[in-house]
Ligand binder design. Structure first.
Ligand code: NAD
Ligand code: UGA
Length: 463
């Protein structure tokens, strides 16, 4: 079994970068990325590489090299499915917003649609690869759907979850800590696993390619995200204690992180974690545990989300409290809207919830983010449905220039850790603000001493 043609269904933040790197590293494999979203495919095909829909450092060069050679973006889903030996399913799996499991379970509607379409269209045997993050045991559902094609085509299902983080996707894909491939432990299953191992082995050392049974692989992805998010909630919980005790969370994080058993990563206190996956995947884990009657397990992981919601609200309330318990009519400048630096993705960004709470208190907000398009910010706020779209537009303004954003503001809130914020002329910003001028650094990235010398009143998170 040799993989010569790949189809990836879903040209999003995972499908796009992942397939671009595979195509880049394997020039002899034809990789076609398909999506129902025509605008997204058109953007991936845009002659101006700056217009591709996912902003990731280094991605433009990778796409430029492979696109048109062995990397293709298309809306012809059926053709790409039929001609492929291996199909990656990389569609969205958001939290359900209706019915049983609403607010917790993963919505597998799009996964099932893909499976049905694959079953309907395929005329040759294929390896089907779960790239999306899925609840443990989804492969059995996929198998069930694919089994009933009636045209004799054989499908081998693998789980190959993606561990890239946004903002560092290219680096994570080129030099992953590990690649995980789970499959059925039968002769045919092992042949399929080996075929996919061969693809990654072009650039990933074999000792970093882990193979497991399919259920371990599915569950490992949810577990990895749960552990990472748990570290952020753990450090954030202690950031609140720091604010009452004069301990500094940055010093505490450094002190514990140097213990090799703990490690230094994911100990950065913040306004709260965001992103499309941490919350959704933990909620899904909670739902799965509860569905097996494992209430203590479910409660344990749910606490990670409860703490994160508390951290976002606490940050907004800190702003209100320090602005003399009212923000009504006061201008608050937001630096950053993306859920982390080096991405244009805003899904579940803490900024959305902090803004919503401040707008509820009738603050006026101005926002600057180096990469997030203006329209997206309103889409994010409107999605909450707290107030009308026109009210959101009236109360929240978006600027293209950070100095204009901060002009005549009572306070600045740093919501994303963009490097450029440190390079600003903070004296100039101070001179143009109302006094006293407050900075609420939700990322602990600014030089607090320097800001205080200029005259700012500075609050960090736990420091
Ligand atoms: P996304 O929303 O950016 O992209 C998904 C794409 O799939 C969309 O463009 C959508 O139009 C398309 N799609 C949906 N159904 C389709 C269908 N039937 N046919 C063709 N196209 C279809 O999502 P994403 O961020 O790329 O995430 C995809 C999956 O990967 C999720 O399960 C997520 O949990 C997982 N994941 C995401 C990240 C990340 O950093 N974003 C990292 C690891 C894993
Ligand atoms: C995360 C995981 O890191 C990836 O391994 C995984 O593949 C991905 O989720 C996914 O499944 O979608 P991502 O959400 O892109 O990646 O970014 P992270 O770097 O994990 O950051 C998540 C959030 O936590 C961000 O809001 C970030 O600012 C915050 N964070 C992270 C902190 O507040 N403190 C930290 O120390 C680290």
């Amino acid at each position: 079994m040799i993989i010569k043609k790949i189809c990836c269904i879903g040209a999003g933040y995972v499908g796009g970068p992942t397939m671009s790197v595979i195509a880049n590293q394997c020039p002899d494999i034809k990789v076609t990325v398909v999506d129902l979203n025509e605008a997204r495919i058109a953007a991936w095909n845009d002659a101006d590489i700056n217009n591709i829909p996912v902003y990731e450092p280094g991605l433009g060069d990778i796409v430029n090299e492979a696109r048109g050679r062995n990397l293709f973006f298309s809306t012809d889903v059926e053709k790409a499915i039929d001609e492929a030996d291996a199909i990656f399913i990389s569609v969205n799996t958001p939290t359900k917003t209706y019915g049983a499991g609403k607010g917790q379970a993963a919505d597998l509607k799009w996964i099932e649609l893909c499976a049905r379409q694959i079953a309907r269209v395929s005329t040759s045997d294929k390896i089907i690869i779960e790239k999306s993050t899925l609840p443990v045991r989804t492969a059995s559902t996929l198998k069930e759907i694919l089994k009933h094609t009636g045209n004799g085509v054989k499908f081998h299902i693998l789980s190959n979850p993606e561990f890239l983080a946004e903002g560092t996707a290219v680096q994570d894909l080129l030099a992953p800590d590990r690649v995980l491939i789970g499959g059925e432990q039968t002769d045919e299953g092992i042949k399929s696993i080996n075929a996919l191992v061969e693809v990654y082995a072009r650039w990933v050392p074999l000792e970093k390619i882990l193979t497991t049974n399919i259920w371990s692989s599915e569950l490992s992805k949810l577990t990895a995200n749960a552990f990472l998010a748990q570290r952020v909630s753990s450090i954030n919980s202690l950031s609140e204690l720091c604010e009452y005790t004069e301990a500094d969370i940055n010093e505490v994080a450094k002190a514990i992180g140097t213990d090799s058993r703990i490690g230094s990563k994911f100990l950065k206190a913040s306004v709260g974690f965001g992103g499309s996956c941490f919350q959704k995947d933990i909620l899904n884990l909670v739902y799965i545990a509860r569905s097996y009657g494992l209430n203590q397990v479910a409660d344990y992981w749910e606490q990670v989300i409860i703490m994160n919601d508390h951290q976002k609200l606490r940050f907004a309330n800190k702003i209100i409290k320090n602005l003399y318990n009212t923000v009504n009519g006061k201008k608050i400048a937001f630096l950053g809207w993306a859920f982390k630096k080096d991405t244009n993705d805003t899904r579940e960004s803490a900024a959305i919830y902090v803004a919503d709470h401040l707008l509820y208190e009738q603050a006026e907000i101005s926002v600057y983010d180096p990469k997030v398009p203006e329209q997206q910010i309103y889409v994010d706020l409107d999605y909450l449905a707290t107030r009308s779209s026109s009210e959101n537009k009236q109360l929240l303004k978006i600027e293209n220039d950070p100095y204009d954003t901060c002009k005549n503001a009572h306070a600045i809130a740093v919501l994303t850790e963009w490097d450029e914020f440190n390079d600003y002329d903070w004296q100039r910003i101070f001179d143009n603000m109302l006094k006293p001028a407050h900075v609420f650094d939700g990322r602990n990235i600014l030089d607090k001493t320097k800001l205080k010398q200029i005259g700012f009143l500075v609050n960090g998170v736990g420091s």
